[in-house]
Design a binder for this molecule. Structure first.
Ligand code: GRF
Length: 231
């Protein structure tokens, strides 16, 4: 009997080099991993082309497309309501594919409870790649901010880092799965640091995804064993 597959949905916003790393190393992932869909919130994201080249279905889902909110909307209450509806619809798009896990690989949109709650209810873990160590440089432009600190001698041990972590509603604060330090070297340019960080990311996103899949199936096996023991 062939092993049950692990269905992965990947969320992206840009170049998709981390998506490419997962596509390229998918045969090495545990539990018969398959990427069932790539979703981008940016129409021009090159990651959509990478997915199409690998025959992976794609969906473009954008907040400021007229469906949810007009460009330049300033009313905070209107923005919040639109974000919440957008995220609820994102959850529906994702869950329609019955994924086992969601991987944010360069997804530049903060996921609201209206996305995360239905995923939790469906027992689908969401993991994210972030180019900083836990608690350092949460949010956007983490590499640039670490490099600026390095240049003014304010980066502890001259090290920044990357992590793959579970996603919770507090941005970049979910439980880390893997953390890796990345050294800033004297004479580094920002571009050199970015390249070193991205090379490490391409390795860690694959390992982090594999680890999250392994944990998922272990938990399922334990839950099944618990159920059969108690019956
Ligand atoms: C990565 O540096 C990731 O950590 C950050 O956005 C970048 C995405 O790169 N959140 P890519 O689109 O995977 O090439």
């Amino acid at each position: 009997m062939s092993e049950q597959e692990t269905r992965i949905t990947i969320l992206i916003s840009g170049n998709g080099s981390n998506l490419q790393a997962i596509i390229d190393h998918r045969p090495l992932l545990p539990h018969n991993a398959r990427i069932v869909r790539v979703i981008s919130n940016k129409k021009s994201a090159f990651g959509l082309t990478r997915a199409a080249n690998a025959n992976i279905p794609t969906t473009y889902h954008n907040l400021i497309s007229g469906k949810y909110i007009a460009k330049g909307e300033k009313d905070e209450a209107v923005v919040q309501k639109a974000r919440s509806t957008y995220d609820a619809d994102l959850a529906k798009i994702v869950l329609d594919d019955k994924p086992d896990i969601v991987v944010c690989a360069g997804w530049m949109h903060i996921l609201a409870p209206s996305f995360l709650d239905p995923l939790v209810a469906a027992n689908v873990p969401v993991i994210n790649l972030h180019p900083a160590k836990p608690g350092a440089y949460d949010g956007a432009n983490a590499i640039e901010r670490a490099f600026a600190d390095f240049e003014r001698g304010a980066l502890p041990d001259n090290k920044t880092g990357i992590m793959v972590h579970y996603v919770i509603s507090e941005v970049d604060r979910g439980e880390p799965i893997f953390v890796r330090e990345v050294e800033c070297r004297a004479g580094d340019t920002l571009a050199e640091l970015q390249e070193r960080m991205h090379n490490e990311e391409h390795d860690l996103i694959v390992k982090g995804t594999g680890e999250a899949i392994s944990r998922l199936w272990k938990e399922r096996a334990e839950a099944a064993a618990g159920t059969s023991n108690s019956s």
